[in-house]
Write a protein that binds this ligand. Structure first.
Ligand SMILES: Nc1ncnc2c1ncn2[C@@H]1O[C@H](COP(=O)(O)OP(=O)(O)OP(=O)(O)O)[C@@H](O)[C@H]1O
Length: 317
């Protein structure tokens, strides 16, 4: 379990983490989300004692990192993919960590096998691709079979097989009763992996709740309806003071009513229905809704102005 109490980190004028209080529980994968610069990596570094808080505390299994007797068997962290000596072979990198953590050498082969790096064990880590470096970092984090796993963007650089593997792995790890905290910008991936979400913006807590609740509360709930007499049904819905819009494919998207209510209304007026389906929003939609205004680095809309773009002196005439 990880507990943060009023955790705060200031760098000069900048409050990177601002009074974060939350608990990351065992048995679940907790996704840690936030726009760029929100303070996710800083929070993770504070948890594992790589930074000192300006104020507040971070506890792992009830203790600050520095007070853990066998830190590597309590918490494994993958924070920086290329945190190894580039000239060292992968197996040698793991050997010194194993020695420091008092882990038997045979465990090195097990973790290399687990992350799919057995065939690269004797290659120099400096020549590894980003995906291979991530796998090696994960192998190091897992050496002492820690109770708590903290992963900062672990899917970064992984190929599709690797992304799928890490998702299954994190789920399995949490199901065995351990704690997993993982940050990621891959929201569709997070929607499938995380049971619970912590969302921060500008260092502050925005949301801390189960993934499905987060999506439900932060997105528009709609019901899609297909009916030959869509126009008549739309009029009845508006008469009931609810909102309805026509989608491009001719179906209706009703807001403010449950599917059963729309079905009842249609039945009362003998309107034939060809589809009646509640629409669930996406994690991406929910994330964008709640982090509006909490993002420091906003971009302009993603379209290209063809009248001026890419043409030096394009507005001369
Ligand atoms: N060592 C440091 N010195 C000064 N400022 C820092 C330092 N580390 C982080 N910051 C600042 O703290 C803020 C939070 O950064 P952090 O890397 O924790 O965000 P993040 O949520 O992990 O972002 P991203 O999604 O881009 O990785 C940023 O404004 C960053 O510039």
């Amino acid at each position: 379990m990880i507990e943060l109490v009023e955790l705060t980190k200031r760098y000069g004028q900048r409050l990177a983490v601002d009074g974060l209080s939350l608990t990351v529980r065992p048995g679940t994968v907790t996704g840690f989300l936030g726009p760029n610069g929100a303070g996710k990596s800083t929070t993770m570094r504070l948890i594992v004692g790589l930074e000192q808080p300006t104020r507040g505390t971070a506890l792992i299994n009830g203790k600050p990192y520095a007070a853990l007797k066998r830190p590597l068997s309590e918490v494994g962290a993958l924070l920086e993919a290329k945190a190894f000596h580039p000239g060292r072979k992968a197996c040698h990198h793991l050997r010194w960590i194993a020695a420091a953590a008092d882990v038997p050498a045979k465990r090195i082969d097990e973790v290399l096998e687990l992350v799919g790096l057995t065939s690269a064990a004797r290659r120099r880590a400096g020549a590894f691709s980003l995906g291979m470096a991530q796998r090696l970092g994960l192998a190091a984090a897992l050496l002492a079979e820690p109770q708590v796993l903290i992963l900062d963007e672990p899917a970064n650089g992984l190929d599709p097989e690797g992304v799928n593997w890490i998702r299954q792995f994190m789920r399995g790890y949490a199901e065995s009763g351990r704690t997993v905290l993982v940050s990621s910008h891959l929201l569709s991936e997070m929607a499938e992996t995380a049971d619970h979400l912590v969302v921060i913006g500008k260092g502050k807590l925005i949301a801390d709740l189960p993934t499905q609740d987060f999506i439900r509360t932060a997105t528009k709930r709609q019901v899609r309806v297909r009916a030959p007499e869509a126009g008549r049904l739309a009029d009845l819905i508006r008469l009931a003071d609810q909102q309805v819009e026509r989608d491009e494919d001719g179906s209706l998207l009703v807001s403010g009513m449950e599917a059963a209510e729309v079905g009842r209304l249609a039945a009362q007026h003998a309107i034939e229905l060809h589809e009646l389906s509640p629409q669930t929003g996406s994690l991406e939609e929910a994330f964008l809704n709640v982090t509006q205004g909490a993002s420091e680095y906003n971009t302009s809309p993603a379209h290209t102005d063809v009248t001026t773009a890419g043409v030096a002196g394009g507005n001369q005439s």
